[in-house]
Design a protein around this ligand. Structure first.
Ligand code: ADE
Length: 229
């Protein structure tokens, strides 16, 4: 999968993809992330990319021209499955959306800033709008990093144990069960004995029960519409 990101502050995206799972995904050639600096497409000596909003009011708006030039250049090089604008008024990212997007070949992510993107860019180019939660960030870069992280780990071959993403929280609308590592007795707190039993069936049942309990306690909304068993 290739992901292009148009950013006002590309520096914010320098580190997130250089470590751990996303680094490995890129080294294995399974993921390519390319960040484009919107300012390089700005107009005039100062490479202007934002301007006052029509109708007045506080806050600048990203100008349509630099963004359109940048998107046009990218679209001339490849077909994008989706052009996604990161914005608090988009649909809220969840595991289902991450799963869907991870099946795509080419994605273009657009990071907003200031008051946001001129509406005409949204109308003309953007095919999907995504929010990472009901709060306002100062820009879309960190939201884009989260989207890339959530997708990257789902690409086949990225995780060592190919099946392990299947057991993440949310993949089956359940939160993950508690996990333990050595020592079996930590300052008097003991690991649940079933996990030391070697009985795979009993362990699976215990984990499922724990997941269910945790979801009932913390996120009952996830269980709505789930088949009862
Ligand atoms: N840009 C600013 N806030 C955001 C949010 N919550 N989600 C996605 N992009 C954003």
């Amino acid at each position: 999968m290739r992901i292009d990101i148009i950013a006002v502050l590309p520096e914010l995206l320098e580190s997130p993809f250089k470590h751990s799972i996303l680094k490995r995904a890129q080294q294995k050639g399974l993921l390519e992330v390319v960040v484009h600096d919107l300012r390089a497409f700005g107009s005039g000596k100062h490479r202007q990319i934002d301007d006052y909003q029509y109708g007045g009011g506080a806050g600048m708006v990203l100008m349509p021209e630099p963004m359109a030039i940048c998107i046009d250049q990218l679209m001339a090089q490849r077909d994008y499955d989706d052009i996604i604008y990161l914005t608090p008024d988009g649909e809220r990212l969840d595991q289902g959306i991450a799963n869907q997007l991870s099946l795509h070949k080419n994605l273009l992510l657009i990071c907003g800033h200031y008051k946001g993107l001129d509406e005409r860019i949204r109308e003309h180019y953007v095919t999907r709008e995504i929010s990472i939660g009901d709060y306002v960030l100062s820009g879309g870069e960190l939201a884009a990093a989260i989207v890339v992280d959530a997708l990257g780990r789902l690409l086949p071959g990225v995780l060592n144990d190919e099946t392990s993403a299947l057991f993440d929280s949310f993949q089956d609308q359940l939160l993950a069960p508690p996990v333990y590592t050595r020592p079996a007795d930590f300052r008097g707190q003991e690991v649940p004995p079933v996990l030391l039993s070697g009985n795979d069936k009993a362990i699976d049942d215990w984990r499922y029960e724990q997941s269910l309990q945790r979801t009932q306690q913390r996120r009952p909304d996830l269980l709505e519409g789930q088949p009862e068993d």
